[in-house]
Design a protein around this ligand. Sequence first.
Ligand code: HEC
Ligand code: HEC
Ligand code: HEC
Ligand code: HEC
Ligand code: HEC
Length: 218
Amino acid sequence: MSKPYLPLWFDRARPLFGAILLFVPLYLLGVAWFAADPQTIDIGYSPTQPVPFSHALHAGELGLDCRYCHTTVEKAAHAAIPSTEICMNCHDRIAPNSPKLALVRESYATGQPIPWVRVHDLPDFVYFDHSAHVNRGVSCVECHDRVDRMERVYQARTLRMGWCLECHRNPEPHLRPQDQITNLAWQAGSPEEQQRIGEELRRKNNIQPSTSCSTCHR
Ligand code: HEC
Ligand code: HEC
Ligand code: HEC
Ligand code: HEC
Ligand code: HEC
């Protein structure tokens, strides 16, 4: 009698199973490693920029609205980094000979954009959308902290999945009136008042942040 077919097939496939058993943990380790890329998780990450641009001066002291420069933040997934033309709206007259602005003038003359260095950078397998937050009562300050006080921008939050989900599960403490979205100094009078405002805005605007995987991994 010949042996049944299955065990023979199984026997031949043995090395394959072995390889799979070996590779699955390695693969998971790899995913975990790349997801833990320092730029994703480093609170305080603050690369040196080609021009010493200060938010504390421009957004803080001078009081320029975030949207004056980050023009797409309410309309698109990405918040645009301003073009040199926007800087030159002022700097063709203000501090026109400052050495700190040499690269800005050069960029304006040549048309080569200033090579700003990215501060925040989620892994490519995550989908994020600014407009979906900024138009639903979530201020810049919830995710970027007091940029209007920063000489040089740094990453203020972990940007980890658990951090996103914490707010998606319980958004009330993080919602504010729409006209205060870029006023980073705005605060409700007390935690109780914040809770009341949050609940009211959530009900009125039917805010239902999703926690299903495909919202952020698509
Ligand atoms: C005068 C123009 C201007 C204004 C006003 C401005 N920004 Fe910026 N912002 C920039 C420039 C230029 C960069 C890129 C250089 C840098 O990171 O400092 C930047 C970078 C950033 C970054 C980091 C982007 C990255 O690479 O991850 C954040 C966050 C940010 N701005 C938030 C804000 C917020 C919040 C406000 C309003 C309180 C604001 N900005 C107002 C010009 C501006
Ligand atoms: C809910 C959290 C959240 C809010 C609210 C938020 N941001 Fe961001 N921001 C992020 C994350 C996350 C990134 C990194 C996105 C990526 O890597 O794709 C980012 C990146 C940026 C960048 C770099 C360009 C880009 O889009 O990747 C700028 C500039 C910026 N934010 C400005 C702002 C400003 C101005 C506001 C308020 C008007 C704001 N952000 C509100 C989370 C937020
Ligand atoms: C609304 C006008 C305005 C805009 C727009 C603007 N700035 Fe300024 N900026 C100023 C003023 C005012 C000062 C302070 C000048 C002084 O101290 O003499 C300044 C100072 C600076 C300085 C320091 C200059 C020095 O010699 O100390 C740098 C660098 C700078 N800005 C870069 C930028 C960049 C880059 C942009 C575009 C992303 C920009 N600014 C957009 C008004 C502006
Ligand atoms: C401080 C609160 C808060 C944080 C932090 C936050 N979110 Fe959200 N998110 C919201 C709210 C509020 C909405 C809007 C829900 C609605 O419109 O019903 C939303 C909506 C979204 C949407 C839906 C967009 C669409 O097209 O429907 C995506 C995607 C998203 N968030 C991704 C993220 C990711 C990724 C992170 C972390 C990097 C994050 N969020 C962090 C509050 C937050
Ligand atoms: C609100 C947005 C959001 C939702 C919803 C979400 N994720 Fe994520 N996820 C992220 C972000 C941001 C990262 C990258 C940062 C990190 O690794 O924590 C991430 C990373 C991951 C990673 C990489 C490994 C790691 O470090 O955790 C896996 C795996 C993952 N998500 C699976 C899931 C699954 C499964 C679900 C559904 C149960 C889910 N995610 C829902 C935002 C989200």
